[in-house]
Design a protein around this ligand. Structure first.
Ligand SMILES: NC(=O)c1ccc[n+]([C@@H]2O[C@H](COP(=O)([O-])OP(=O)(O)OC[C@H]3O[C@@H](n4cnc5c(N)ncnc54)[C@H](OP(=O)(O)O)[C@@H]3O)[C@@H](O)[C@H]2O)c1
Length: 228
């Protein structure tokens, strides 16, 4: 299964890419410019100290979306709509994990504050923009700091939300290939409104505690109630 990281050249996309490469998955890093995507590929090679990573390649976002089987969106909120429109055709019929944080940075505010969208969650907004794609809210509460610390397991759960149960199982199996991560299904896509608000909270904690990988664990869940 090929994973396309749309806007995969920033901290979050790079971190997710490196973790999936480590898990032996085929990864395509997408960017508006293929040269920038190639720089991200080269960066991962350098970090993993490998001259060649056959399961990792670079592409422009629309090509990454067309070639991949499953997608991850890792762009700032202000770039969400144009980026999604640029991959609309290639993303049709596929699953897209949306990590977009609805942060006030989109309007010049601080990253510790949430922006309230008329569509509800950023992931619900993504689903409206791409009606032929199955959008799952994911990766909002795992920081790029934790993802990029790739020699260590991640001490954090990944809360997901979506309206398609089968797609959530697919996504959960994939994300749990990242050591330490437990996926918690929080219910329908509208629950993304709650999940996404955890991101500015964690950013605030990172700033206050001068760390980079604040995360959360949900306790008391019966393992029998997992998604698969
Ligand atoms: N960083 C974290 O710890 C973290 C944690 C949880 C959730 N998130 C969420 O994940 C998303 C990505 O975070 P990030 O820190 O990786 O973001 P970022 O570094 O600011 O941006 C990621 C990529 O998005 C593309 N992009 C940026 N501005 C754009 C614009 N105006 N138009 C089109 N594309 C643009 C760029 O790719 P190209 O120039 O290559 O096209 C950029 O490399 C955000 O929504 C964030 O809220 C981040």
């Amino acid at each position: 299964m090929k994973i396309g990281i749309i806007g995969g050249t920033g901290g979050q996309g790079l971190g997710i890419a490196i973790r999936f490469v480590q898990a032996g998955k085929d990864v395509i890093i997408g960017s508006r410019a293929v040269e920038k995507a190639q720089e991200a590929v080269d960066k991962i090679k350098e970090l993993l100290e490998k001259d060649d990573i056959p399961n990792l390649k670079a592409a422009e976002n629309p090509n990454a979306a067309s070639e991949a089987d499953i997608l991850v969106l890792t762009v700032p909120l202000a770039a969400q709509q144009p980026t999604l429109l640029s991959i609309k055709e290639g993303a049709a019929g596929k699953i897209l994990m949306d990590a977009t944080g609805p942060l006030e940075t989109a309007i010049g505010g601080p990253p510790t504050r949430c922006l309230y969208l008329s569509e509800g969650a950023a992931a619900e907004r993504a689903q409206k923009i791409l009606p032929d794609t199955t959008v799952i809210c994911a990766f909002n509460n795992i920081s790029s700091g934790a993802l990029m610390n790739f020699t260590e397991p991640i001490d954090c759960d990944c809360l997901i939300a979506g309206d398609d149960q089968e797609a959530k199982v697919t996504v959960a199996k994939l994300i749990e290939r990242i050591p330490g991560v437990q996926v918690v299904d929080c219910g329908p896509l509208e629950r993304a409104q709650i999940i996404e608000k955890i991101t500015p909270l964690l950013i605030g904690l990172n700033i206050k505690k001068t760390c980079t990988d604040a995360g959360i664990r949900i306790t008391g869940i019966d393992p029998e109630c997992k998604l698969y």
